[in-house]
Design a protein around this ligand. Structure first.
Ligand SMILES: [Zn+2]
Length: 442
């Protein structure tokens, strides 16, 4: 079975629901860029795919960066003078600024306020804040609750640890016929946040799971890393191997109701850019295509000038452009199975283009071959879209001069890749086409 067979047989709605279940399972875990929450997340993903877990020691130099100390947290709270937990980590892990150093202190309201973060414009939501690279501590809470704080003495406790340990990441390599690779990268370092973080994790995990039994042209590498420091660490550890990456996508924000958005690779005209553009153009839905810009997710590192890998980012609503982003409202209600399923289908369609985007030679290039006598007009005449197939066949025959890939032909003809691929298979069966060797220069 290949990816085209999978695409036609798999019920993406079922996958959407399975992705939701995985997201719900991972949601309560307090993740950060290092620590046991990240490890626990990988161990749950391991139930679906045999991830290899890597541990990189704190203090390891990775290009201009250093792997930070490992952060873990057991509990955190702010108690009022009556001993009531008015901010409680047990209710939401977003209440604690990620990487907060351990604290046990008494504080006045004024002292406490210096360490509190709220969103006045969204008074019911808890913001998500981090302090990875400067040692500090803090609490996040709804602005509504903040306004209720009285002038009294508070007891502050953050039972965390920040010590030499490891940065953990997960990797799953799927060997295809070629050593050339497709990279799928997602960050898994955010705590209880669904669209930014867990939707990408779930999509990558289920894509890996469903690709595993297939016969594949490319090898696939899935990495589950902490944002920024994870991709920097991975690139630093794998620098001699990255030339194998021929295509890549950063998987993130794939479960919200917004339209699909594709951020191109820095190259802008890489095959992955063209493949995603084609799939979105033929999706029958609204979409957005954006040029590369050096801000966002791990594509910033993959597309840094020293690597310049063909890695884009296929998402729905980009980070920062939905109000729920980095707040407690990016929760289990915000990501929906139907949007996850739609994103999954689009990823599969893109990979289907990459897997099948080959060049062919017309074996009968002097004038058109007589299709009728080979039964090719009748073979397709009865099918719905017979006219489209006939036209597609003429396009494939005309442009299969060893220079054009099937995606080139699909784009030039304005026809969907799947139609072009289907008629190419038919012409191959009738010996009117032959595949160009991947390395052949025609
Ligand atoms: Zn984020």
């Amino acid at each position: 079975m290949n990816i085209t067979d999978l695409k036609t047989t798999l019920n993406s709605n079922d996958v959407g629901h399975e992705m939701c279940q995985l997201i719900a399972e991972l949601y309560p875990i307090c993740r950060s860029i290092t620590g046991n929450g990240f490890r626990e997340t990988l161990s749950i993903i391991k139930r679906h795919i045999p991830l290899k877990v890597h541990e990189v020691p704190s203090g390891t130099k990775v290009f201009d960066w250093t792997v930070p100390k490992e952060w873990n947290i057991k509990d955190a709270y702010v108690k009022n003078s009556r001993g009531e937990r008015i901010i409680d980590f047990r209710n939401s892990n977003l209440h604690v600024v990620s990487y907060s150093v351990p604290v046990t202190a008494k504080a006045s309201l004024a002292e406490l306020k210096e360490h509190l973060f709220t969103l006045p414009e969204r008074p019911h939501w808890i913001p998500y804040r981090t302090s990875y690279y400067s040692e500090n501590w803090g609490f996040c809470l709804s602005h509504k609750k903040f306004l209720e704080l009285r002038d009294e003495e508070y007891e502050v406790c953050i039972d965390s640890s920040l010590e030499n340990g490891h940065l953990t990441y997960g990797e799953f390599y799927l060997e295809g016929k070629s050593k050339d690779e497709v990279l799928l990268s997602c960050h898994a370092c955010h705590p209880s946040l669904c669209n930014d973080n867990l939707s990408g994790v779930a999509l990558a995990a289920f894509l890996a799971k469903h690709l595993s039994p297939l016969s594949l042209r490319y090898s696939y590498r899935f990495i589950f890393i902490p944002g920024t420091i994870g991709s920097i660490t991975w690139l630093c550890s794998n620098e001699s191997q990255v030339h194998k990456i021929k295509h890549g996508l950063v998987v993130v924000c794939v479960g919200d109701p917004g339209q699909s958005t594709y951020k191109k690779s820095r190259r802008g005209d890489a095959e992955i850019d063209r493949a995603v553009t084609h799939v979105l153009q033929h999706s029958g839905q609204d979409y957005e295509i954006e040029d590369f810009f050096p801000y966002g997710y791990d594509e910033r590192q993959y597309c840094s000038p020293g690597f310049n890998l063909p890695v884009g980012c296929l998402m729905r609503t980009p980070h920062g452009r939905y109000p729920e982003y980095h707040t407690s409202a990016d929760n289990l209600d915000f990501v929906r199975p139907e949007y996850l399923a739609d994103s999954f289908s689009k990823y599969l369609a893109v990979l289907n283009v990459l897997e099948n985007n080959k060049k062919y030679l017309n074996t009968n290039p002097k004038c058109e071959p007589q299709l009728g006598k080979r039964g090719l007009y009748t073979a397709i005449g009865g099918q719905t879209g017979g006219k489209v197939n006939q036209l597609a066949m003429l396009w494939v025959l005309n442009l299969s001069d060893g220079q054009n890939t099937l995606l080139d032909i699909a784009d030039r003809s304005g026809l969907p890749f799947d139609v072009i691929k289907r008629v190419a298979d038919m012409l191959l069966e009738h010996d009117l086409l032959q595949e160009c060797r991947e390395t052949a220069k025609v």
